[in-house]
Design a protein around this ligand. Structure first.
Ligand SMILES: [Zn+2]
Length: 245
C-alpha cells in the first residue's frame, strides 16, 4: 500500500488543466509537500487517512501558459455553489488573494508566499468530496476573453479638475477648468467693454458730423442772398440780342 496518494478531485483537476492548456509550464506544479511543508500544517501533507493511505488534498498549478486568474475565479465560483470537492474546508490562493471560507469572494492573503507563480487549490476536508471524480468544466469551458481593465468613469468634478493646456502661452502651461472659465469671462468682459467703447466712438462721430452740418447750414452763402426773380428774368430778357428777334 502506497504511503500517500492525491485525492481524486486533484487528479481530475490537473488532467483538465493539462487538456485545456497542453503546452503549459509545470515547473511550479506541486502535490505532496516538501520538507518545509511537512514541518507545519499543510494540505500538501497526507494528513487525512482513507483506508490506511494518507491523502494529499492540495494541488499547486503553475501560472505560466494558462489563464490563471480565470482558473482561480472558476474554482471560486464552483466553491460558492457549494461544490462538494471544495466546500467545506477548501480554498484557493492566487496572486496574494485567498477565497473566503464560503467562497463568496476573495480576501488579502498575507502568507510568506504571494502565490504569483502558482495557483494553490485546497480541496474539501470531506472524503466523499475530495474523492469525487466529477468534471470541473475546465477542459470544456469556452475560451476566455481577457478581462477589460477596470475603468472608473470620470465625474463632472474630474472634468473641472482636469488640467487644460493654455494655448495662448508658448509653454502650454496647464491651467484648470476654473482658470479657463475666469479667462473666458475676462475675455467676454473685455469684448463687451470694447463694444461699448466703439459705440461711444460712433456716437461721438455722429455728433461731430451733425455739428459740421449745422455749421455748414448756418454759413451757407446762398442762403444769405435774396434773389428777386422778376428782376432776374427782366435782366435776362433784356440781354437777348435784338438781332435774334
Ligand atoms: Zn500550495
Amino acid at each position: 500500500m502506497p504511503a500517500w496518494r492525491n485525492c481524486e478531485a486533484s487528479l481530475s483537476l490537473v488532467s483538465e488543466v493539462n487538456s485545456r492548456w497542453p503546452n503549459r509550464d509545470k515547473t511550479s506544479d506541486g502535490t505532496i509537500g516538501d520538507a518545509a511543508h511537512a514541518s507545519r500544517t499543510s494540505d500538501h501533507n497526507p494528513s487525512i487517512v482513507v483506508a490506511g493511505t494518507g491523502v494529499v488534498r492540495a494541488r499547486d498549478i503553475d501560472v505560466d501558459g494558462i489563464d490563471a486568474a480565470w482558473l482561480a475565479e472558476h474554482l471560486r465560483l464552483l466553491g460558492a455553489k457549494r461544490d462538494r470537492r471544495l466546500y467545506p474546508g477548501g480554498y484557493v490562493i492566487f496572486n496574494e488573494r485567498i477565497t473566503t471560507p464560503d467562497f463568496s469572494g476573495w480576501r488579502r492573503y498575507t502568507g510568506t508566499n504571494p502565490h504569483t507563480k502558482h495557483v494553490h487549490v485546497s480541496f474539501t476536508t470531506n472524503p466523499a468530496g475530495f474523492d469525487d471524480v466529477g468534471a470541473w468544466g475546465i477542459s470544456t469551458a469556452a475560451p476566455t476573453i481577457p478581462a477589460l481593465p477596470e475603468v472608473s468613469m470620470p465625474t463632472v468634478d474630474d472634468f473641472w479638475r482636469a488640467p487644460v493646456p493654455d494655448y495662448y502661452r508658448e509653454d502650454r502651461r496647464p491651467m484648470q477648468a476654473w482658470d479657463c472659465m475666469a479667462w473666458g469671462t475676462a475675455h467676454a468682459a473685455n469684448a463687451r467693454d470694447r463694444a461699448t467703447e466703439a459705440r461711444e466712438e460712433v456716437r461721438a462721430l455722429r455728433e461731430e458730423v451733425r455739428a459740421m452740418r449745422a455749421e455748414l447750414t448756418g454759413t451757407n452763402p446762398l442762403s444769405a442772398v435774396q434773389i428777386d426773380y422778376a428782376q432776374l428774368a427782366a435782366a435776362m430778357i433784356a440781354a437777348i440780342p435784338r438781332s435774334a428777334a
